[in-house]
Design a protein around this ligand. Structure first.
Ligand code: MN
Length: 214
């Protein structure tokens, strides 16, 4: 089995200037065309390296290759969601379904905002804040993601993600993490988040099968 360029850089969906002044064209172009692209290339490389390791029956560097896979695929997934989470037109209105789930999980959107921004701005090192759907409880959760792939609840699906790596904001916001986080929140496209919730809401993680122990 071999994988050839399984991952591709998705279209941004808008012009590099579209998020100005909250997110500068220079920062957006660098972030998308260099940083995100590097994760796409890294993910394809990781699959190729794992194919080669199996072919050679040489698993001596397996730990590094497995980490490369997790890191780069996760980086690709999160950035792909991140671009669509932001809207050139500013915020759209959350769907009734999303409002209900936010209310059930957090009380209200201000409480979610406070938790989400704190999760993002208090990360030690590089990472993300994520609003995710957790299928076992059937509810929204806030996650604090280390790097791109650590500190996650398995099975959860990210719906809204805020990039808190320095490469995501330093060029424009310098060391002012909180100012970047507040600006991000104003860019959130709640229509996109609502659509993602509708798509994953009925997904089940099959922790049980129909075959049970006798
Ligand atoms: Mn990034």
């Amino acid at each position: 089995m071999s994988h050839t360029n399984a991952y591709e850089l998705p279209d941004l969906g808008y012009d590099y200037r579209a998020l100005e002044p909250a997110y500068s064209a220079e920062l957006l172009e660098l972030h998308y065309s260099k940083h995100h692209k590097a994760y796409v290339d890294g993910a394809n490389q990781a699959l190729a390296d794992l194919d080669a390791a199996r072919g050679d029956r040489d698993f001596g560097k397996l730990n590094q290759l497995q980490k490369n896979l997790a890191f780069n695929v996760s980086g690709h997934v999160l950035h792909s969601i991140f671009w669509r989470n932001m809207s050139p037109e500013g915020s759209h209105t959350p769907s009734a379904e999303l409002e209900t789930e936010i209310s059930n999980a957090f009380g209200d959107i201000d409480s979610l905002r406070e938790h989400f921004l704190a999760a993002g701005t208090s990360i030690q090192g590089s990472g993300w804040a994520a609003l995710a759907w957790e299928p076992l409880s059937g509810s929204l959760v806030v996650e604090q993601v280390y790097d791109h792939q650590d500190n996650l609840a398995n099975g959860s699906v990210p719906l809204l993600v805020m990039d808190m790596w320095e490469h995501a904001f330093y060029l424009q916001y310098r060391n002012e993490k909180k100012r970047w986080a507040k600006a991000f929140w104003e860019l959130v496209n709640w229509g996109d988040v609502s659509e993602r919730l509708a798509l994953v809401r009925n997904v089940e993680v099959p922790v049980e099968t129909r075959l049970r122990a006798a």
